[in-house]
Design a protein around this ligand. Structure first.
Ligand code: TEU
Length: 561
């Protein structure tokens, strides 16, 4: 076992903007995080991953950086950052920062310089092109809707932005740019960061022949992903960063890599690659999603869940480590996407958490999932904040391609804002998040779902998370143990054994609301086992001397064998 602190701990992702507002401006901030460190410590959290906190005009909520070495005004100051690091380290907790180095804000000084003229020293920090007969260089769209090229009157050329036009892409082929970025990372390492989540890192290289993409039916722009994602040159940049900056053997380096799964993640995280320690994949982002955003399809436990999760579990150790996360700031809420956020809200949230904390990898709790926060109920278009919600509304609804009703339903099922509503601390006005008006509407169900109530309820989702985290820390088999899947072809039950040396644990979950029978494997003798945790009350000895037992809707059980 190659033991590491970031393998054995439990992480928590806080979307700073929505976590806790200390100064009443309606926006979460660093001092608000400091106020809640004891809450996180009590939950059992060891690592705190913060979405971007650098200076930003907030076109994309901090993913458009205008000063890589300062803190966003709304979030506080560098001295607040230093205090946060001190307070974390005093609690033996670590800080993982979000590093956004694929692009900057168009308000960054480098871009302001770059767009001044074709011969400006900073011109080549970004990707410029002359265009074709007064039109963009090619037909690429961008992830947020619209063209991936923006014309700049001053210098008479187009610049590339695979995200919003206020997020111009860096040219990583430029050595000076790479040296600048190394300086940024060293700066935060020196200020105490213990690790980094590298945003959109597999986009660092683009195909500079800029070929047109295929225009799919119903689309306006060409498919550009294969020309801007996972190109071979990305590995050279990552090896350079590992060799020259991430060379301590201490800091954890996690890449965010769309288009990567358990079969090819080793190209970034393989021990022999010297690039990344882990990658955030997109396997769980679209579970249950239909052909169009407003359509849903039933979850196929084997294809949508087991094949993916078990695939990550069954990788060889030399292929690298993986985070265990079901939601983040780009997805919808876990219990709404993969569980039942109505009738079996509590049971299904606990069942999903049982899977998350009993598999091999580093669990990442996304803020609010620990209390079962759901997708944003009853939002109107004006309540959304994600820039793409409005760009695509113009592109699809105002162009008459999609009805308003379907578009809104599609936002409920897919918008990132579902996972960005304010943390629900209590049942007071604005759910205790702020004394001001929150930057985004609080989910109306905060009176039913909040931390204060759940801290006082031993049967709450929050207390179940706390018990799961403690159980994981008491059982190294859950961290480093082998994963032996049972009943692989069962389409309702996900079950497996985790074993390390002489410690063996059985995990059984019913993923749906049916009541299937769990056939106890021949080599499992529950009469000698101990039920460690379940999301239902299980009659003592109820399963003794039986070859099988029935599972209730979303029932989850953990046994020590
Ligand atoms: O998201 C990256 C992202 O969306 C792309 O990697 C794309 O979805 C994927 O490659 C498709 O396969 C990150 C942040 O998580 C997101 O919040 C930001 O909006 C985005 O980068 C721009 O910084």
């Amino acid at each position: 076992m190659d033991r590491k602190w970031w393998k054995e701990g439990v992480a928590y992702q806080a979307y700073v903007r929505s976590f806790n507002d200390s100064d009443g401006d309606g926006i979460g901030d660093l001092r608000g995080i400091i106020e809640k460190l004891d809450y996180l410590k009590d939950l059992g959290i060891d690592m705190l991953y913060l979405n971007p906190i650098n200076k930003s005009p907030n076109e994309d909520n901090g993913y458009d950086i205008s000063d890589f070495k300062d803190i966003m005004d709304e979030f506080g100051t560098l001295s607040d950052f230093d205090e946060l690091v001190r307070e974390l380290h005093q609690r033996d907790m670590k800080l993982i920062m979000d590093l956004v180095i694929n692009h900057s804000s168009d308000e960054h000084p480098w871009f302001i310089e770059s767009r001044k003229s074709k011969d400006n020293p900073y011109r080549d920090y970004y990707i410029w092109h002359s265009g074709r007969n007064g039109t963009p260089p090619n037909n690429w769209g961008c992830f947020f809707g619209g063209s991936a090229w923006e014309y700049d009157e001053t210098s008479g050329e187009y610049y590339l932005h695979i995200f919003s036009k206020k997020q111009p892409d860096f040219n990583w082929r430029n050595k000076n740019l790479r040296e600048e970025m190394k300086g940024v990372i060293r700066y935060w390492i020196d200020r105490g960061a213990d690790g980094f989540r590298m945003d959109a890192i597999n986009h660092l290289e683009k195909d500079h022949s800029f070929p047109n993409g295929i225009v799919r039916e119903g689309e306006v722009y060409g498919d550009f992903i294969k020309y801007v994602q996972n190109l071979p040159e990305v590995h050279g940049y990552l090896k350079e960063l590992r060799k020259e900056v991430f060379n301590s053997g201490y800091h954890v380096v996690i890449g965010e890599t769309g288009g990567i799964n358990h079969e090819n993640a080793f190209i970034y995280t393989g021990k022999d690659r010297n690039e990344l320690d882990m990658i955030f994949h997109f396997d769980m982002h679209s579970v249950g999603r239909g052909e169009r955003p407003w359509e849903r399809k039933p979850i196929d436990l084997i294809q949508d869940i087991k094949k993916k999760m078990s695939g990550w579990q069954l990788r060889q150790e030399e292929e690298g480590w993986c985070p265990l996360f079901y939601s983040n700031h780009d997805t919808t809420r876990t219990v709404s996407r993969m569980g039942d956020d109505e009738k079996y809200w509590r049971e299904s949230a606990k069942m999903l958490a049982t899977l998350q904390f009993t598999q091999k990898g580093t669990p990442f709790v996304y803020y609010g999932d620990e209390i079962g926060m759901t997708n944003a109920k009853g939002f109107e278009l004006k309540d959304y904040r994600d820039p793409s919600a409005f760009i695509k509304h113009r592109e699809l609804v105002e162009a008459g391609l999609v009805s308003e009703e379907n578009y809104l339903l599609g936002l409920y099922y897919t918008s990132r804002d579902n996972s960005r509503t304010p943390m629900q601390w209590d049942d007071s006005q604005t759910a205790g998040f702020s004394t001001g008006t929150p930057w985004i509407k609080v989910n109306p169900n905060y009176k039913k779902i909040n931390v204060k109530d759940q801290l006082q309820d031993q049967q709450s989702i929050l207390m179940y998370y706390k018990a799961l985290i403690a159980l994981r820390k008491d059982n190294p088999a859950l961290v480093y143990g082998n994963f032996i899947e049972l009943n692989k072809e069962h389409n309702k039950i996900y079950s497996y054994i985790r074993e390390l040396n002489d410690s063996r644990m059985l995990i059984v979950v019913n993923f749906f609301s049916n009541e299937p029978i769990f056939e106890i494997p021949k080599n499992v003798h529950l009469e000698h086992s101990k039920l460690l945790l379940s999301n239902y009350k299980v009659e003592a000895g109820g399963q003794d001397n039986k070859a099988a037992f029935k599972l209730r809707p979303y029932e989850a059980r953990i046994y020590r064998l």
